[in-house]
Design a protein around this ligand. Structure first.
Ligand code: ATP
Length: 301
């Protein structure tokens, strides 16, 4: 594990903002740290970057105890939280050179980074004139100068248009693929991370509600059988009498829990033999965004 926390707890006064959080971020993953606004994501990130001091729990990063190896650990983390610290009056290249000098990184690295974050064409433009997406990519470039093993990004796609989001997504995928960097990225929108994340952690009110591979999140959403008939009320009554769990009845369709395709066939036959016309019958699964909303709103999935 690159990041491993146990029982991480943080309070602002009497408000518990991070509650006994156990993070498990595997090596080489893109970990989507998800939760609605105010869930405690930024606070957690600030703790991991030593910008806030937690009151309880343990943190291990790169297998090392955080409390006793802070400097060593932090020197191998690149981060972007809130707005990137960019000098608007300097060009993109000058911003990178400036930071390279500060970090004592060889200046030859600057052109590599410009290439990586696809800003070579705009390297000599003033960063103040960059689009929001370009500024975010420059911010990520600055975070990558010292070749971090772990990149921590707090809502890097906030406010970006769809193209900007795609560019960041492609950049992060390239980073893990080509350089083996582990990426920890927070967002309040599942859609922004679902196409790149390998793992997700979903928090609400400071508590972890789901953590694991994104694939297992998909299997969490229970499949349903959606049936369109000429008489949904009669159909619902008939199915209930025959032991089916009817979940929803609308004017033109009803849904029941999906158990197997054989059962679906039998349901169809049952309806037909009782003079109910079945117009369509098919399996549906909650999409990830709805599943995310159900989890964070504490509804049954
Ligand atoms: N400096 C502070 N003092 C007191 N309370 C704070 C402070 N910073 C944050 N909080 C509170 O802590 C809670 C979690 O905030 P945090 O910024 O970590 O959430 P978040 O998940 O990052 O949300 P967002 O997506 O809105 O940034 C919120 O209720 C917030 O009001």
């Amino acid at each position: 594990m690159v990041i491993e926390t146990t029982g991480l707890t943080f309070k602002f006064g009497s408000q518990t903002v991070v509650n006994s959080l156990s993070l498990q971020v595997p090596q080489g993953s893109i970990y989507g740290f998800l939760g609605p606004n105010g869930a405690g994501k930024t606070t957690t990130i600030k703790i991991l970057l030593n910008l806030l001091q937690h009151q309880q729990g343990n943190i291990k990063i790169f297998g090392l105890d955080f409390a006793t190896n802070r400097n060593k650990i932090l020197s191998q983390i690149g981060s972007l939280i809130e707005q990137p610290a960019i000098y608007a009056h300097l060009t993109g290249r000058e911003n990178l050179i400036n930071r390279a000098l500060l970090l004592q990184v060889n200046k030859s690295k600057v052109d590599q980074i410009l290439e990586l974050v696809q800003l070579t064409h705009a390297a000599n433009k003033k960063a103040g004139n960059y689009s929001l997406g370009m500024k975010q990519r420059l911010g990520i470039g600055l975070a990558l100068l010292a070749d971090p093993k772990l990149l921590i990004l707090d809502e890097p796609t906030n406010g970006l248009d769809p193209n900007g989001i795609i560019e960041i997504r492609e950049l992060l995928k390239r980073l893990t693929r080509e350089q083996g960097t582990t990426v920890f990225i927070s967002s309040h929108l599942l859609a922004e991370v679902e196409r790149m994340a390998t793992h997700v952690g979903i928090i609400n009110k400071g508590e972890m509600l789901f953590q694991g591979e994104i694939r297992s999140l998909e299997t969490l959403s229970q499949p349903m059988l959606r049936i369109e008939t000429n008489n949904t009320v009669d159909a619902a009554n008939l199915l209930t009498r025959n032991g089916c769990l009817v979940q929803e009845v609308n004017d033109d369709h009803l849904t029941i829990a999906f158990t197997s395709k054989e059962d679906a066939g039998e349901v169809n036959a049952l309806l037909n033999s009782n003079n109910i016309l079945v117009y369509s019958i098919y399996k549906v699964q909650k999409d990830l965004e709805n599943l995310f909303l159900s989890i964070t709103q504490n509804q049954a999935v």
